[in-house]
Design a protein around this ligand. Structure first.
Ligand SMILES: *[C@@H]1O[C@H](CO)[C@@H](O)[C@H](O)[C@H]1NC(C)=O
Ligand SMILES: *[C@@H]1O[C@H](CO)[C@@H](O)[C@H](O)[C@H]1NC(C)=O
Ligand SMILES: *[C@@H]1O[C@H](CO)[C@@H](O)[C@H](O)[C@H]1NC(C)=O
Ligand SMILES: *[C@@H]1O[C@H](CO)[C@@H](O)[C@H](O)[C@H]1NC(C)=O
Length: 505
């Protein structure tokens, strides 16, 4: 190639040209690497005389570098080895190549009275990064799988989806998005309805791009059969100036990674929380102290999960109760998901509570996961509303007709601060959160946390008991409706996650 280009130069320079300039073109360089733009020259019938020599490099009409007695560089990251000039090497080096440096360069060599020049093209290549952001799918439903390809250059790219080596029909690839550094991103979508036969089968996202060493890159993965969470928000009666506890009850999801956010009038109030490992249920509490302006405010619990294309949002509207007035708490159930597992549309539930009812003690059912896996942690939650001063929450385990008191949730502080997990013994931890309401009444939220054991938890029922100051049992709730799964070590959590879905309510 150099010879052909040189001949061309010779013709340009005229029949008696003494100077021949040669380049290699095009040149390809990886983004961020050091690129050599090769330009060499020969002088016929004479040695190269430095006093007759000048070299100029141009890019986009601008002079990048020049040598004329001394070297002059117009911007950082560019260099030329002047010691090489005597041997006819006028190559330019670009350190840390960027996408904006792609294009045509001109190497002009003058050896008085002769001159010669050549153009060369630099192509900047950036290797794509491939990621499958979510492998979780819902069984028997059309799922959207995405393959995110980022940071590549040039823009030309092909993305192919494969199932066990067979090509799957994907949506047409959208136009790549340009990043600030000039590289591109694109996301390929595949709508796929998985069945049992897809379990354990290798799926791949194959990318073909000029920057890839072997022209293609394949990312293999297996589908994860997920279950969307069911979300409920529980709110107490709102009283101005009194701290309240709201609970967001998130049930039956898989895989376990999940984020729960609390929003006040649509504005996030807390950083997302990720649940502890190994649970399929999560209870998130939000402490709220209404002021007069809180009337009509909307408190929401927002749940994000891999199986949801949009978060599930459950909201409560604040209706403050004043002395002698009727209480009404409107619970708005807003479905923010397209998943068939969630409630469709918008439903309104109106709860009316009389003044008498407000003052009566009530306890929630125990909330806990429906599938227990030995070795994994389980947390059971029970909430007592309108507890009078001195009310305590206790937990007990009932097995083979024998009742064993296991832990006592005794709130040491009544300032509404969250208590640390108190180790009762090596097996159980209890956290009781107490929030005072008016006239010595309070909301008590008690959580029992423990590691599931087999056979110790086979057929066991757990009881949460609220006891008044004078020792009366106010309420006893029992939780025994769960399935003890075979050990996680032998089966792993990915096996039949659909079993994690609790019974429809
Ligand atoms: C020309 O000089 C560069 C350094 O500027 C060097 O990397 C390259 O190998 C040289 N080319 C030849 C043909 O000597
Ligand atoms: C290379 O250039 C990029 C973009 O200008 C810059 O972010 C990066 O820090 C540079 N790297 C080095 C090693 O200089
Ligand atoms: C491209 O993808 C990268 C990595 O996933 C991401 O950080 C970046 O924000 C994306 N750029 C655009 C323009 O979406
Ligand atoms: C939770 O899981 C992550 C990774 O899956 C692990 O790094 C972390 O130690 C686990 N935490 C607990 C409390 O088991």
């Amino acid at each position: 190639m150099g010879a052909r280009v040189g001949l061309f130069s010779l013709l340009l320079g005229g029949v008696c040209a003494q100077l021949e300039v040669m380049v290699d073109s095009p040149v390809a360089a990886q983004l961020g690497s050091q690129a050599l733009l090769p330009c060499t020259f020969t002088v016929a019938n004479a040695p190269i005389s430095p006093e007759y020599l000048a070299v100029h490099w141009y890019f986009q009409g601008q002079e990048l570098a020049s040598y004329d007695d001394s070297l002059s560089i117009s911007r950082p990251g560019v260099s030329m080895d002047t010691e090489q000039l005597a041997s006819g090497n006028a190559s330019l080096v670009l350190h840390n190549v960027t996408v904006s440096e792609q294009g045509a360069y001109r190497c002009l060599v003058i050896h008085s009275p002769d001159r010669g020049e050549q153009s060369l093209y630099l192509a900047v290549l950036a290797v794509p990064t491939v990621a499958i952001p979510s492998k979780a799918v819902l069984r028997g439903e059309p799922n959207l799988l995405k393959c995110s390809v980022s940071g590549f250059h040039p823009a030309d790219i092909a993305v192919t989806w494969l199932r066990a080596g067979e090509v799957l029909p994907a949506s047409p690839l959208p136009a790549p998005q340009r990043n600030p550094d000039g590289t591109f991103n694109v996301s390929s979508s595949l709508t796929f309805q998985p069945t049992e036969q897809d379990q354990g089968v290798a799926f791949s996202c194959q990318v073909q791009h000029a920057a890839l060493p072997r022209g293609a890159l394949q990312t293999d993965f297996q589908l994860v059969f997920g279950v969307s969470p069911m979300v409920n928000i529980h709110a107490p009666t709102f009283v101005q100036g009194k701290a309240q506890v709201l609970m967001c009850d998130v049930k039956g999801f898989y895989p376990e990674a999940i984020a729960v956010n609390w929003l006040l009038n649509g504005v996030r109030t807390e950083a997302p929380r990720v649940n502890p490992n190994g649970t399929f249920n999560l209870e998130s509490f939000y402490q709220f102290k209404p002021v007069a302006e809180s009337e009509g405010a909307e408190i929401s619990c927002e749940v994000q999960h891999e199986t949801l294309s949009r978060p599930i949002v459950r909201s409560v509207r604040v209706h403050l109760e004043y002395e002698g007035t009727q209480v009404s708490v409107i619970v708005l159930l807003v479905s923010g998901t397209v998943s068939a597992l969630a409630v469709a549309g918008v439903a309104f539930f109106l709860y009316k509570r009389s003044r008498a009812a407000r003052q009566m003690f009530t306890a929630s059912d125990i909330v806990g996961p429906k599938v227990w896996v030995p070795g994994e942690y389980v947390s059971l939650v029970c909430i007592g509303y309108h507890c009078s001063a001195g009310t305590e929450a206790t937990w007990a385990k009932c097995q083979n007709e024998e009742l064993m008191p296991i832990a006592r949730g005794d709130p040491s502080g009544s300032d509404g601060e969250e208590q640390p997990l108190v180790p009762i013994n090596s097996l159980y931890k209890v956290q009781t959160q107490m929030l005072p309401l008016d006239k010595g009444s309070a909301t008590l939220a008690t959580t029992l946390m423990f590691r599931v054991r087999s056979p110790e938890d086979l057929g066991a029922r757990y009881q949460c008991c609220f006891i008044s100051k004078d020792g009366r049992t106010l309420s006893t709730k029992e939780f025994g409706d769960y399935t003890l799964r075979p050990s996680a070590q032998t089966q792993g959590p990915a096996v039949d996650p659909a079993a994690a879905r609790p019974a429809e309510e």
